[in-house]
Design a protein around this ligand. Structure first.
Ligand code: ITT
Length: 189
């Protein structure tokens, strides 16, 4: 079984990767190294910058993700600034920004990057289209989970268990694409 180190400071992400990738044949351990996220317009630029930094530090066989909530009515905000916005104004602040706006559509995006000894670099993105609800709902998950309902569901990510969130989520979609691409590049998953 392939084993990879996940670079993240977010233990919820670690759980989602361990849960999602185990069933796709990859074992995930926590790789506790820091990455200085570069300021960029796209998630994949941030991911490539982190892959460069961590590979330059001598690490091999690792993955990481950069994710964000993109709201068209706010011109894509918070997007690549999602972590900072969450830390500063949180879900409540995003709900306030949307007050009086009827277009509540939003996309959650997850860009996964990996650097492997045998296959090199792979960067893929998964998207979960959905909408921002009117008030926070649910206790599970993390980040913006209480305010986002994916298309095809009527509950927020924070009202779903991890199995169900992975079916609908940006990270679940990215993990499935990632494993499919990896299978095309290597006999070992
Ligand atoms: P890293 O150490 O992996 O970077 P992070 O939590 O800072 O952890 P990101 O920069 O990728 O992760 O996340 C950007 C923001 O989007 C951050 O506030 C997250 O809480 C939020 N976010 C990412 N994935 C999410 C998900 O599946 N559900 C809810 N919020 C999410």
């Amino acid at each position: 079984m392939r084993e990879v180190g996940l670079v993240t400071g977010n233990l919820h992400k670690l759980q989602e990767f361990q849960h999602g990738l185990a069933r796709l044949g990859i074992k995930v351990r926590h790789l506790k190294v820091e990455c200085d996220e570069i300021q960029a317009d796209d998630l994949d630029e941030v991911v490539n910058g982190c892959l460069d930094q961590i590979a330059a530090a001598g690490h091999k066989d690792f993955i990481l993700d950069d994710s964000g909530l993109f709201i068209p009515a706010l011109n894509g905000f918070p997007g690549v600034y999602s972590a900072y916005v969450f830390k500063t104004i949180g879900c409540a602040g995003v709900l306030r920004l949307l007050e009086g706006i009827s277009d509540r559509r939003a996309d959650f995006r997850c860009c996964i990057g990996c650097q492997m000894e045998d296959v090199g670099r792979l960067v893929v993105t998964g998207v979960s289209p959905g909408r921002v609800v009117m008030e926070e709902r649910g206790e599970r998950g993390f980040g913006y989970d209480p305010i986002f309902v994916p298309d095809g569901a009527d509950r927020t990510f924070a009202e779903m268990d991890m199995d169900e969130k992975i079916v609908f989520s940006h990270r679940g979609a990215a993990m499935r694409i990632f494993v499919e691409r990896l299978r095309g590049m290597s006999k070992e998953v």
